[in-house]
Design a protein around this ligand. Structure first.
Ligand code: PMP
Length: 401
């Protein structure tokens, strides 16, 4: 008999499992709005032209070898990533108060950051928004932090529960870590306004709460890299400390390349360099050093002003297509007189719409219309196209009537 005979089957991942179910469905009309990956109007995955160009350059450069990167990754990539999120003229970067290490996309950056905090930071409680990306509680718990939630989303208004945010953060113990989505909150598509961010900042600084930003969608919310980084930048501008996890999965379409960065902004260059020395001890036994290809693509693009510009144009086009899908879906529901207020579809931002559909309605849409999404009613707007909007509108209409 197998020594593993008594292993029980684990459930599918709630998000990636949606794609597993979708792949099994033989219907020609099936639609996958589960996973947050960008699709073209034709429903195809997109590799950006600028990424293809960078890859070509890397292939043609015969001086490139496949040696190991250092534990902290590609130096150029790390510098350029810090500039991208904190701003090219950030005093924190100029004063060498930031340590940045290349990690395995957003998830790996969150995990390394969390393991570092669990080992070296005095407060082990992290507050995450309710709701949040389903992987957050698992990443932080396994890293050794203890997870609590703060109110974030108000189902009645389908908007931000701002009072709830302030009350719950105010009640958190001094020093606690607070996870903040830098922009395009997943799954709700609801972000604080800049004024609200400023109030959150004041409250957090007055209580000594440590901000841990998850930046998985820079440029995807508004189409502007700088606008989407404002939340992070106001926390850095006050001179205080923070932790930031960046992902290039969505904004550069590098999903499977697993390229991201963890930055820790410190009070002084001396502290930053000691922090970096300890980050290496977290990374070495986990995976030794990160992969070279994706980070080289990013560095090639960010180093070159023409290529950077080309990237921002392609990024804006992705953001604009998503925004136009929001309008088209909203218009289609209006045209059908679908009961209810659907204005949140156009008000929410980023990759997802948090529809307000419940698990039963979602199951109905999957069964009757072959439309796949997470059971919390989150749909990836990036998976929609002009051609599929009517099918989705029909399904939503049928589900609520
Ligand atoms: N954070 C959030 C909020 C996300 O939505 C995602 C991707 N779904 C990630 C982090 C991490 O993604 P990745 O590891 O692919 O960069």
């Amino acid at each position: 008999d197998s020594v593993f005979a008594n292993i029980v089957r684990a459930p599918e991942d709630p998000i990636l499992g949606v794609t597993v179910a979708y792949n099994k469905d033989p219907s020609p009309n099936k639609l996958n709005l589960g996973v947050g990956a960008y699709r073209t109007e034709e429903g195809k995955p997109l590799v950006l032209n600028v990424v293809r160009r960078a890859e070509q350059m890397l292939v043609n450069d015969k001086s490139r070898v496949k040696e190991y990167l250092p534990i902290v990754g590609l130096a150029d990539f790390n510098k350029l990533s810090a500039k991208l999120i904190f701003g090219a003229d950030s005093p924190a970067i100029q004063e060498n108060r930031v340590t940045t290490v290349q990690c395995l996309s957003g998830t790996g950056s969150l995990r390394v950051g969390a393991e570092f905090l669990a080992r070296h930071y005095h407060e082990h409680t992290i507050y995450i928004p309710l709701p949040t990306w389903g992987n957050h509680p698992k990443v932080f718990t396994l890293a050794g932090l203890s997870v609590k939630t703060y109110r974030y989303y108000n189902p009645a208004t389908r908007g931000l529960d701002f009072e709830g945010v302030l009350d719950d953060l105010n009640a958190a113990p001094s020093g606690a870590i607070v996870l903040l989505h830098a922009c395009a909150h997943n799954p709700t598509g609801v972000d604080p306004t800049l004024e609200q961010w400023e109030q959150i900042r004041q409250l957090m600084r007055s209580k000594g709460l440590l901000p841990f930003f998850d930046s998985a969608y820079q440029g995807f919310a508004s189409g502007s890299l700088d606008a989407d980084a404002q939340s992070v930048r106001i926390f850095v501008a006050d001179g205080g400390e923070c932790v930031v996890a960046q992902s290039y999965a969505k904004n550069m379409g590098l999903y499977g390349e697993r390229v991201g960065a963890l930055s820790i902004v410190c009070r002084s260059a001396d502290v930053a360099s000691r922090v970096e020395s300890q980050l290496k001890l977290v990374i070495r036994p986990m995976y030794s050093n990160p992969p070279i290809h994706g980070a080289s693509i990013v560095a090639t693009i960010l180093k070159d002003s023409n290529m950077s510009h080309e990237w921002t144009v392609e990024l804006k086009a992705m953001a604009d297509r998503i925004i136009s899908m929001r309008q088209q879906l909203f218009d289609a529901l209006q045209a059908k007189d679908t009961p209810g207020d659907w204005s949140h579809i156009v008000k929410q931002i980023g990759m997802f719409t948090f529809t307000g559909l419940n698990a039963e309605q979602v199951a109905f849409m999957t069964r009757e219309y072959h439309i796949y999404m997470t059971s919390d009613g989150r749909i990836s707007m990036a998976g929609l196209s002009s051609g599929t909007v009517p099918h989705l509108a029909d399904a939503i209409h049928a589900a609520v009537t």
